[in-house]
Design a protein around this ligand. Structure first.
Ligand code: IMP
Length: 179
């Protein structure tokens, strides 16, 4: 089946489940960092919707930074190469940093992020990913806050795209013949 708007993706995780999980993860982070300040890093592009929902639910003072990375081109398998399209210019030294990812697939991107951000000397560095594909992991990664574990199917929606499309869907979807 073709991945176009005439054949909308099937629902894998409905909007209500995503929103409930966002509230749970945000409550956990708020409790772990009570009375502290956070730097929340949004990994562009895929995390922008998850990030927006998370920061509106986290109840500790935070500042927002944006790190643009591209690794996939137009393919649905990881190239393993990470290109920085937008860097963070604010110092992260001595700060409590949480990185927000949309999905951890091979783990290569998160592994790169951890090394790159870790080198900037944060006081604490944690990771939060809405989705994790445990079967696809190839690189060692630490995911402190994980939304949902899924299979190795390609998913779209809630910020995630296929060839730049489907980011605006309020749910996580998949294409039927690939599930
Ligand atoms: P990794 O480096 O293989 O872990 O891939 C991480 C990045 O690949 C994510 O931040 C997404 O941008 C993209 N990606 C991985 N799997 C999917 C998927 O199923 N749908 C959409 N994008 C994906």
């Amino acid at each position: 089946m073709s991945k176009d708007h005439k054949n909308p993706p099937k629902i894998l995780i409905p909007e209500v489940r995503i929103q409930a999980r966002v509230r749970e993860l945000a409550a956990e982070i708020s409790s772990d960092f009570a009375d502290q300040e956070l730097v929340a890093i949004c990994i562009l592009k895929g995390s922008f919707i998850f990030f927006s929902d998370m920061i509106r639910n986290i109840e500790v003072p935070l500042s927002c930074e944006f790190l643009g990375l591209s690794s996939y081109g137009n393919e649905t398998v990881s190239s393993g190469e990470v290109k920085v399209t937008l860097d963070i210019n604010e110092p992260l030294e001595g700060k409590n940093v949480i990185v927000f990812e949309d999905i951890v697939d091979s783990g290569l991107t998160l592994n790169y992020i951890m090394r790159s951000i870790g080198a900037r000397g944060p006081k604490t560095l944690r990771t939060c990913s809405l989705l994790v594909k445990p079967k696809s992991l190839k690189a060692p990664v630490q995911i402190d806050y994980s939304g949902f574990e899924i299979g190795d199917e390609f998913v779209v929606g809630y910020g995630l795209d296929y060839q730049g499309k489907f980011r605006g869907l309020p749910y996580i979807g998949y294409f039927e013949n690939e599930h």
